[in-house]
Design a protein around this ligand. Structure first.
Ligand code: PLP
Length: 450
């Protein structure tokens, strides 16, 4: 990439004057003008390249400008660029078939949406309609989307200013062995106590008022929290016992991120509804949806489903989804993810526990890892607090700036940095990025006086 300062100045000026950005006070923003991207990298107008260790917003599973996706987009644009959802369409129905095929029994149908938030919105609506109940349980430390019901379900500060949306939502504690809300000292105890807590919440809220429990199978932005053994199976049992619909939010964890098609498939559990978006087509054209169990799908055989979107099952988006399946299978993407995770990431991150005193814990699966930073390993006090002010966040900001200076775009959140590059990343690129993060962690070590 060649420097183009004139183009950069125009992008920057128009953006600052006219683009209203997400989740931010607008005044002090300085978004990076991006000129292009390829595979696991993107570059700015000065010609500086960054390895994308957050896959944009953990959606770019097949990387930038994947040639098969771009060809598929051109092909579909030439054939049929759009068609409304009440008509049947070849790529839409083929993608639905492929989705049902990979999740297997008891799933039967797919409702397509434009993104992850509306996938969760409609999954909850299906649960409410089919159970005749209103309440939904979700965890603290979760994110389910930026509007309506999903922001009400969210268990992080993004909900706080949008509290009115939380109609019928009750939050509970999910498992988090490193910072156990239940003071447990083993994963087994964490599972047992977390399930006991969840059952108490169900009973005290009134089981017959609860339509659904929604869980990120592995909590994403709020910490790559991998559920301890037996937890998800225990949630399934509670849902069966009390007639509650189990919704697995796989918007971030799905599509190979954890080395499985869907993360729940690594935990021997069957949800009733599975929501997806992001990795289904790497976000080249917005797409999400709900994979629906036969039982819930059949409920709507003679009852109207009151929900719909003009662009439900958009052919440009669905064609890219079909091609995503082809590329995953042809290029053995799931195997590549598992291999890099086990052979490269896990041993390197484990080694860093010896060399970086500011690391409290490393955890993850596939290309979905968190490095949790602490002030003190014994007390586990976080390096920066939950929802830090800019001043409190200074050591994390310094860490991120060092990564960027050395050509890695990191995904940081509170006291963590996540390792979530595109699934197509090559081993040498991954190692190069990890070298940069390794070096930048000396800054957080210094911040705690080590
Ligand atoms: N659910 C999870 C777990 C997510 O991580 C996200 C987005 O980050 C969403 C839902 C919302 O998806 P979208 O931004 O496509 O609406």
């Amino acid at each position: 990439p060649l420097p183009d300062p004139d183009a950069e100045a125009v992008v920057r000026a128009n953006d600052r004057a006219h683009v209203f950005h997400s989740w931010s006070a607008q005044g002090a923003l300085a978004p990076l003008p991006v000129a292009g991207g390829l595979g696991a990298s993107f570059w700015d107008y000065s010609g500086k390249s960054y390895l994308d260790f957050g896959s944009q917003l953990v959606n770019l599973n097949l990387g930038h400008q994947h040639p098969d996706l771009i060809a598929s987009l051109h092909r579909q644009a030439d054939r049929l660029a759009t068609i409304q959802p009440a008509m049947a369409n070849d790529v839409r129905s083929e993608l639905a078939r492929l989705l049902v095929e990979v999740v297997g029994e008891p799933f039967a149908k797919v409702f397509f949406t434009n993104a992850g938030a509306d996938a969760n919105e409609y999954a909850v609506r299906m649960a409410r309609h089919s159970t005749g109940r209103n309440k939904v349980l979700s965890t603290y430390r979760s994110y389910h989307g930026g509007m309506g019901t999903p922001i009400g379900l969210t268990g992080d500060p993004r909900r706080w200013a949008n509290e009115a949306a939380a109609n019928g939502v009750v939050h509970f504690f999910g498992p988090y062995p490193y910072r156990s809300p239940f003071h447990s000292d083993s994963p087994e105890q964490e599972t047992a106590r977390a399930l006991e807590h969840l059952e108490s919440v169900i009973v005290l809220e009134g089981a017959n008022t609860i339509a659904a429990i929604i869980l990120e199978t592995i909590v994403g932005t709020n910490g790559i929290l991998v559920p301890p053994p037996g937890y998800l199976a225990g949630v399934r049992e509670l849902c069966d016992k009390y007639g509650i619909v189990y919704i697995a939010d796989e918007v971030m964890a799905g599509f190979g991120r954890t080395g499985e098609w869907f993360a729940f498939q690594g935990f021997d559990v069957q949800p009733d509804l599975v929501t997806f978006a992001k990795g289904v087509n790497s976000g080249y054209v917005p797409l999400g949806g709900v994979i629906i169990s036969a039982k819930i799908a059949e409920f709507f055989n003679d009852k109207v489903f009151y929900g719909g979107l003009t662009y439900s099952g958009h052919p440009l988006a669905c064609a890219l989804g079909v091609t995503t399946f082809e590329v995953f299978r042809r290029d053995h993407i799931l195997e590549h993810v598992r291999d890099l995770s086990e052979r490269v990431i896990a041993p390197r991150l484990d080694g860093w526990l010896e060399t970086h005193p500011s690391i409290g814990e490393v955890r993850g699966r596939g290309l979905f890892w968190a490095i949790e930073l602490v002030k003190d390993r014994d007390t586990r006090e976080p390096l920066v607090p939950f929802n830090p002010t800019a001043a409190q966040n200074a050591p994390m900001a310094a860490f991120a700036a060092a990564c960027k200076a050395d050509g890695v775009w990191p995904f940081t959140h509170y006291n963590r940095t996540h390792i979530a590059p595109p699934l197509v990343i090559a081993e040498d690129e991954l190692n190069r990025g990890l070298d940069v993060i390794d070096e930048a962690l000396t800054i957080t070590d210094q911040a705690i006086g080590a």
